[in-house]
Write a new protein. Structure first.
Length: 246
């Protein structure tokens, strides 16, 4: 059994896939492993992560038994500690349902975006540099878990028609979206580890003005302006095909 002297300890468990799940935070004065010391069964949690400058005091089973029998008020404190843990665990089950490390990292990102994020192009830049270890400390995890999470991050750019802004009818939104792809205005491609893959190509792409002409948003364009947009689309498509090695 351990007694938390200073700092806090994050207690966690893991599922069958090795994904850690947060159980509770033990602060100064909390007991770890006291239930196992009482009933002799293995602990319910599989790991504990201590914050920096955390100090734990270890005691053996016989000493714990003597503490329970000889120290005045220790039994009451023990009961209160166990009841507090049961309330925390019950609260996690009913509401948070054991937040995984991934969930805690995402929540940390959202917090950093709100507090220190600024718009940068099509995304948001977090103006606070941090290492994987610092992120791990922030979410009470470890560097390996955070690095594994970062390696799985993906950017998904979706094409979503705006009926009001574009000036199109709801029953034509799918057709207009297809024209955006068939004219190479919005090519479908993937990038993985720097490797480009184009998912859809056309031997004879449709003219961009056919796509633009379906929307009231571009009714003001003349022939020359539409041709300039076509040249820009062709330039970007050629650049994309070179990146994909086609």
């Amino acid at each position: 059994m351990y007694i938390v002297g200073t700092g806090v300890v994050r207690i966690l468990t893991g599922d069958e896939n090795g994904i850690e799940k947060h159980l509770m935070i033990a602060g100064p004065g909390s007991l770890l492993g006291n239930l196992s010391s009482l009933d002799g069964y293995p602990s319910l949690f599989t790991a504990a992560t201590a914050e920096e400058n955390c100090r734990l005091y270890r005691t053996t089973g016989p000493i714990f038994t003597r503490m329970t029998a000889e120290i005045p008020g220790f039994k009451d404190f023990l009961i209160q500690d166990l009841c507090a843990k049961m309330r925390i665990l019950a609260g996690n089950i009913s509401s948070l349902s054991f937040q995984t490390a991934d969930v805690r990292i995402v929540r940390a990102f959202l917090y950093l975006i709100r507090e220190s994020g600024t718009r940068c192009g099509r995304g948001i830049k977090i103006n606070i540099p941090f290492t994987h270890q610092e992120m791990a400390d922030l979410v009470y995890s470890n560097r390996v878990t955070v690095s594994r999470f970062f390696s799985r991050l993906k950017y998904l750019h979706m094409f979503n028609p705006c009926l009001t802004g574009w000036g199109i009818k709801a029953d034509t939104s799918i057709e207009v979206s297809r024209l955006a792809v068939e004219s190479n205005f919005f090519p479908l491609y993937e990038v993985e580890n720097g490797s480009f893959t184009i998912n859809k190509t056309f031997k004879e792409p449709k003219p961009v003005k056919e796509y633009l002409g379906r929307m009231k948003k571009f009714k003001h364009l003349n022939e020359e302006e539409a041709e300039e947009i076509q040249e820009l689309v062709d330039y970007k498509w050629n650049r994309l095909t070179k990146l994909a090695g086609l």
